[in-house]
Design a protein around this ligand. Sequence first.
Ligand SMILES: O=C(CO)COP(=O)(O)O
Length: 253
Amino acid sequence: MRQKIVAGNWKMNKTLVEAQSLTSEIANMVEDEAPSDVKVVIAPPAPFIYAVENLIPEMGQIVLAGQNCHQEDAGAFTGEVSAPMLKSLGAQYVILGHSERREHFSETDEELAKKTDNALKNDLKVIFCCGEPLEIREADTQNEYVTKQLTNSLFHLTPEQFKNIVIAYEPIWAIGTGKTASSQQAQDMHKTIREHIAAKFGQDAANKTSILYGGSCKPDNAKELFSQPDVDGGLIGGASLKSRDFTDIIKSF
Ligand SMILES: O=C(CO)COP(=O)(O)O
């Protein structure tokens, strides 16, 4: 069985006090309401990870993630956050390759391959994002586009390393737009991604890889998305900033 995961990407939102309240609310609701077989990942802004870490139960269902890390362990990189730093704050995961990082910070597939190596070396699991812009979807070349992102950034890994990768498919045209992919569009792409992984790492590895959907995932569409055979959960943006909505999404399994 694949691990079901619902991850909240808070992006650049919240102040410290707001982040603490949201974490406490989520922790309480998850404890009371969430199915116990769903792993809940919270990715607050890096400055808040340490402060929210002691608000979640130890060894519990909720774990923390960074939203990005640098490809080097340390050095003269003003403003950057390293994988060892995230690890020391209590993070178990890091999100890499989000389309906002690719677009606004010009992150390339090659750079993301290095970031992935560094995150894994530092014992962080990677939620690796992929997804196509609207013009690629309109040209119906999304499968080639997304599989190339994965090949370029992840296919140098060993099968052992690949066990620590979670894929998040986030079509760019669905992020923050209110326009979600249909459950069929999500399923089709997730199946393509799984077949692509199987071709490189084998069917067993592909069967064990969690593939999350992201892009305007909300309480009212999560159930249908999560019921697709190759959709193993969600990477949630806007709706993860509201404890009720985020918990309702977790309960959609
Ligand atoms: O980018 C996302 C998660 O990483 C999705 O964002 P929204 O859920 O706000 O569309």
